[in-house]
Structure formats: C-alpha cells, structure tokens
Design a protein around this ligand. Sequence first.
Ligand code: PMP
Length: 291
Amino acid sequence: RPTSTDTPMLWFDGELASADSLQAPLTTHAMHYGTGVFEGIRSYATRNGAAVFRLPEHLQRMRKGAELLGLDFDVERAFEATLETLRANDHRDAYIRPLAWFGTGSIGLDVSHLSQHFMVATMAQRVHLAGDRTRLTVSPWRRNPASALPPLKLCGGYVNSILAKREAKSRGFDEALFVDDDGNVVECTGANVFMVRNGQVTAVEHRDALPGITRDTLIKLSGAESRTVTHHELLDADEVFVCGTAAETAPISVLDRREFGDNPVTRELSALYARVVRGEEPAHAGWLTAV
Ligand code: PMP
C-alpha cells in the first residue's frame, strides 16, 4: 500500500503511472494558450470508506467545457479513472484534479488536428473546518463576461482569477470579490457567494459566475433563494460566506471596511455540509460515490 511519502500515481492517457515518470512537451498547446479544461473535486473519509462528492455533476460540467473547446471527453472513463487514481494512492480525504488538454501538432490557433490528453491527480487533503475567516475585498478587475468566455473551468479563463487574487493579496486581503459594471456581485476567484439577512439565506446569481456545485448543494440543503445581489446589499447583510469544492463554506470576516460579527446561520450550514459530504446524512447519500 502506498504511503504519503511515496511518489503519487497519476492517471495519464489511459493508465496509471508514477508522477516522476511523466512529462509534457514544451510545445504543449495548453501551456501556450490555456486550451484545456479541468475540475476540482473532493473525496472524503466516510464510515463506509472513501467517497467522492457529486462526481457525476463535476464530470458533466467538465464535459461541457471539453465540448466547447473541441476536446473529446468520455464521462464514464473519467469517472473510472478518478476512482482508480484514488485507489492507487489510497487517498481518502483528497482533492481531485482531472485535466483534459490539447497537446502537440501545431502552434497555430486551429485546434482541430492537435493531440489530446487526459490526466487525473489526487492530493491528500485534510477536511477544512470553516474555522478560518476570510478577508474579502472588491476587485478592481472585472470578471470574464460569459459572452466572451463562458463560466466553465477552462484553463485560460483562470488568468482572470489569478490577476484578481494577486491584486487582493497585494492589499493584504485573502480573496477578491468580482462586481460588475452595474454594481452586482458576480463571484470570487474560485468560489460562489452567499449572504444571510434577517435569517433569509440568499445565493448570489450572476450569468458570468461559474454555476458551482457546492452552491447548488447549499441551495438544496438550506432552501436559499437565488437572485441578483448588489454590492450594497452584501455590505448590508448580517452574514456573508463563500463556497466551493476547495473552500467548502468559508465565512467572511471583512468586506473592505465592513466587519462582520457572529455568523450563526453560516456555522449551522457549514456543519450540515460537513455531515453531508462525510455521508452522515442518509437523505443525501446519493451525492456520494464510493471509491
Ligand atoms: N467559481 C469559480 C470561479 C470556481 O473556480 C469555483 C471552484 N470550482 C467555484 C466558483 C465553486 O464551484 P464548485 O462549488 O463547483 O467547486
């Protein structure tokens, strides 16, 4: 059985291999132009062994991105590859990163004759306890508009997130909030946004935001409404939190000069989410795929 100090095994183009033995050419198209699509998925240790949270939904979203780019993508094979990689590394609490991308054949912008590749990496990850509170700031950057780059997990699109993250960090914040020209909240660099006001939970809805699977989960768990939310409303909320596969639920302590106090609704929802992903809520066991 592998241990944490072993070189991890990766899935690459149809088989498992040691990460040490794998390389991509420097003329890889995706490296030059961001022509790839990825996912961020998580598995959790449950009473019945490791289980992946909402794996089919993640792979369906990845398929949409692949189709848009013209990458062949077989959801069933990606599903099996994900489970195989987790098993090979004996990972339970893990972050899972599948990536499909264009390789070599041309350095032009026509992707129709390029090689195509698919990998899955899994990384052991402790369960995040939503304890650390996030300091958020409105970004001077705009989100990629959906009309220019659809909100799917296309590699190149993440340069937009990285610019916003860098800028927020340079001013001492943890995370950036994208707001549009009309003052409506879009999302964060890798997470969706919720607010709580007078006990009402609201999921921020915006056409330029990634339709998050954690967001969908929390709407279903809380009965939250989903609608357009302005930056002003967010400043006026009792609680704000962000959510995503990696972030899970992260309470916001500060949004620029606004400080948020106690966050009982967020804490309750975080605890429920933590039980759901670990298979402790039988009603939602259908969201888990046993490894
Ligand atoms: N928005 C962006 C830009 C993201 O990268 C992510 C992480 N995938 C999310 C939102 C949250 O999506 P999910 O809950 O599906 O992980």
